[in-house]
Design a binder for this molecule. Structure first.
Ligand code: ASP
Ligand code: MG
Length: 412
């Protein structure tokens, strides 16, 4: 008998029919003898609809406190509906809002961070053989204000509840069968992974894979909560996200990811002297813009170029700021390009496997894809390329590294 936290996303909770199907799944876990806490999202599209309403009433930047009061209603609806549907199957269930289970967060409305969870009420409920149905995405700050955790936040709620309850597993029930080696819509040969490490999942989520909210993976890694990502609509095993030691897949590269959400800015002819980068990037960071990749060319003749990427939504603003800073520090030109894509390969096996980068570059060269920027970490290599080669690059890299890929030596 295990303590299981199950999370169901917006698609799984999409309408009452689906909610009734979710109820069947929950009850079947209870019938297997498990204690079950369920964390749910709002119905698909509901949070977007509420956000649109908020803007209608409150303008482009509605009051954040009231925004959270409104957005958290989506999950309040689904906990009640699911609890009813479970009860209808003859199984006791009880719904709880974030506040009712003491989901304490800081006061940063619309992107609050969880600080603690008072587990007693949930544990009492489970001990009575009752399913606890908990609203994801929401919490309460020290002053009793409702807060929300940022879009996609119910993954993080679920992992946090699992960590607090020291659950055996946090099952994320979603509309895909698990974590794939690449986006199956783009790569026909993509396959589901049985297991993946927290570190790899974190990189994949940061680089564009959309299965799990990044913060939920960090949380799980920190508290060592095994995550099982699986389909709501099938009973087969999905993908386990666990500690590195428990991952035995053995491929050097576990996944190829991409995103087209960034734009590039190149500042030319900067003086190659101390302080120039600081003066270029300070106004950008002061504007709250997060810079991703940065590349500085080797200086020659006392000047140098700096190229960097920012989220596409901030690209225009960053370009203006770079132009302004560029004038002040004597740059000879600033050029922007938002027709780029970032393609990455991720894998723990890279740590002790030579030649991964050179092979990646060779595969791209063989396909006549020019590399504009490169960045690496211990377990990933990312390149920026022209957006129009995105599919070609992802498919070619997947074929080379996953379909025909080398296996890493098994740990002794
Ligand atoms: N309903 C929220 C959203 O759409 C939270 C979630 O689904 O994870 O962002
Ligand atoms: Mg979601």
């Amino acid at each position: 008998m295990a303590l299981i936290v199950q999370k169901y996303g917006g698609t799984s909770m999409g309408d009452v029919d689906r909610i009734r199907r979710v109820a069947v799944r929950v009850v079947s876990a209870v019938e297997q003898g498990h204690r079950v806490a369920v964390v749910v999202s709002a119905m698909a599209g509901e949070t977007d609809a509420l956000a649109a309403l908020a803007q209608e009433a409150g303008g482009e930047q509605p009051n954040p406190r009231e925004y959270d009061v409104l957005l958290s209603t989506g999950e309040q609806k689904t906990i009640a509906l699911l609890a009813m549907a479970i009860q209808r199957l003859g199984c006791p269930a009880r719904s709880f809002t974030g506040a009712q289970i003491g989901m304490r967060t800081d006061a940063a409305h619309t992107r609050a961070r969880i600080q603690s969870i008072a587990t007693q009420r949930i544990l009492d409920t489970l001990d009575q053989g009752t399913v606890a149905v908990i609203a994801g995405f929401q919490g309460i700050d020290d002053e009793g204000n409702l807060t929300t955790l940022g879009r996609g936040g119910s993954d993080t709620s679920a992992v946090a509840v699992a960590a607090a309850l020291q659950a055996d597993v946090c099952e994320i029930h979603t509309d895909v069968r698990g974590v794939y080696t690449a986006d199956p819509n783009l790569v026909p040969g993509a396959r589901k992974l049985d297991r993946i490490s927290y570190e790899e999942m974190l990189e994949m989520a940061s680089l564009g894979a959309k299965v799990l909210q990044i913060r939920s993976v960090k949380f799980a890694m920190h508290y060592d909560v095994p995550i099982h990502v699986r389909s709501t609509f099938e009973t087969s095993e999905g993908t386990w996200v666990t500690r590195e030691e428990d991952v035995m897949e053995g491929l050097v590269v576990s996944g190829v990811t991409y995103n087209r959400n960034e734009g590039k800015i190149r500042v030319r002819g900067l003086k190659d002297q101390p302080g120039v980068s600081a003066r270029l990037f300070t106004p950008i960071s002061d504007a709250g813009i997060v810079v991703d990749m940065i590349l500085q060319n080797v200086g020659h003749d006392g000047t140098t170029d700096i190229t960097f990427t920012v989220p596409k939504a901030d690209w225009k603003r960053a370009l203006q700021l770079a132009e302004q800073a560029g004038r002040e520090i004597g740059a000879t030109g600033v050029v922007g390009d938002d027709k780029i894509a970032k393609v990455s390969i991720v894998g723990l096996g890279m740590k002790d496997h030579a030649g991964v980068a050179s092979k990646m570059f060779q595969v791209l060269a063989d396909n006549s894809v020019n590399i504009q920027m490169i960045s690496t970490s211990e377990i990933k290599i990312s390149v920026v390329i022209d957006e129009k080669y995105l599919e070609l690059a992802v498919r070619a890299l997947h074929e080379a590294f996953v379909e025909n890929g080398a296996h890493a030596p098994k740990p002794e």
